[in-house]
Write a protein that binds this ligand. Structure first.
Ligand code: SF4
Length: 340
């Protein structure tokens, strides 16, 4: 991987932020695009936000992108573009938690801070045969302490990389390669037949169900309405179409769209033509399930209720960063069903 053995703290930070919750294969191309487009923190800090969001598009977790921009600006102004070099300063930066601070300070500055991520806690829980839930307060403290005790203080960079790689390639979440493992003789989970039961997690996440119905409102000049989401919610800073959200499914095929209160409020008595209704789209986030449909309607004139919305040419939609959920429809709007 291009970030392996990297000593540049800016690049390490970029790779860590991109790789959080992202598969390595997917993260790699994003990392390369970011490094190429913004070779230095100064470049990133001074780029138009829309360009950064556009590059981030598809990675999800947009609050991370906002933190990335805020931190780049802070380092550019307060540290003259030089990444801070102490663990405490790094940890104080927006969007950087103990794991990323330990990764940057150990890999770039060889400071003795142990990384504790999912791979590391899995290895430790199994090696010590400890069933303390890894997501409990007690578990977080315990595994952080164990990780710190095991750290090779002289070569924290090599040790941290090794234990993370070990978790990612040998002590796998499912079907760990115990027969090939160099720790097999000492591993408590292996001795007690507990490898499939460890690590233990306390919480099982109850996902919130959200339904979005997006209306692509077209005017005769081939323009459509979009807006930038500003609420403290998913997709903050990204763009969307005229939307209507519910917490349960509305079977949009089975209802008279023109009779929806939402539509009446937006378009008043102006008649609209429903051109297409899409299939159901679905996206899983870590704590939410997003589902919904896209309904293309055309109007003869601009409705007053949308006067604050951006009217853009349909051909220019690709200039704007949209959430993955909307991009899935933009890239593949079929099979749209014709109503008539
Ligand atoms: S023996 Fe198996 S469970 Fe134990 S550390 Fe090695 S791979 Fe992980």
């Amino acid at each position: 991987m291009p970030w392996k053995g990297e000593k540049n703290p800016y690049r390490i930070w970029l790779s860590e932020v991109i790789l959080q919750q992202t598969r390595v294969e997917q993260g790699r191309s994003y990392y390369e695009k970011f490094v190429e487009t913004f070779p230095t923190i100064h470049d990133l800090a001074n780029a138009p936000e829309q360009q950064v969001f556009k590059l981030w598009e598809g990675l999800g977790y947009y609050s991370r992108c906002r933190n990335l921009i805020a931190t780049a600006k802070k380092i550019d102004t307060e540290y003259k573009g030089n990444f801070p070099s102490t663990y405490e300063e790094i940890l104080s930066l927006k969007g950087i938690g103990p794991y990323t601070a330990a990764a940057i300070s150990s890999f770039a500055f060889r400071l003795p801070h142990a990384v504790v991520d999912g791979n590391v806690t899995r290895v430790l829980s199994r090696y010590f045969g400890d069933a303390t839930p890894i997501d409990s307060t007690a578990g977080k403290k315990l595994f952080a302490k164990l990780a710190d005790q095991l750290l090779d203080k002289d070569e924290p960079d090599i040790y941290n990389q090794a234990i993370m790689d070990f978790g990612a390639t040998v002590c796998l979440p499912r079907n760990p390669l115990c027969t090939e493992c160099v720790q097999e003789q000492d591993c408590q989970a292996r001795k007690k037949g507990l490898t499939a039961k460890l690590p233990v997690k306390e919480k099982s996440i109850q996902k919130r169900q959200r339904w979005f119905y997006y209306f692509i409102v077209e005017l005769p000049d081939n323009k459509v309405y979009i807006r930038q989401r500003s609420e403290k919610d998913i997709w903050e800073g990204l763009y969307e179409f005229v939307g209507w959200e519910t917490d349960q499914a509305t079977y949009i095929n089975d209802i008279q769209i023109v009779e929806l209160d939402f539509i009446r409020q937006l378009f008043g008595s102006q008649s609209l033509t429903v051109k297409h209704i899409s299939r159901l789209y679905r996206q899983e986030l870590s704590h939410q399930t997003i589902q919904g449909q896209f309904i293309t309607v055309s109007l003869k004139k601009a409705p007053p209720a949308l006067k604050d919305w951006l009217l853009v040419d349909k051909q220019q939609l690709s200039d704007y960063p949209f959430p993955k959920f909307i991009n899935a429809w933009l890239l593949d709007p079929s099979p749209a069903q014709s109503l008539f």
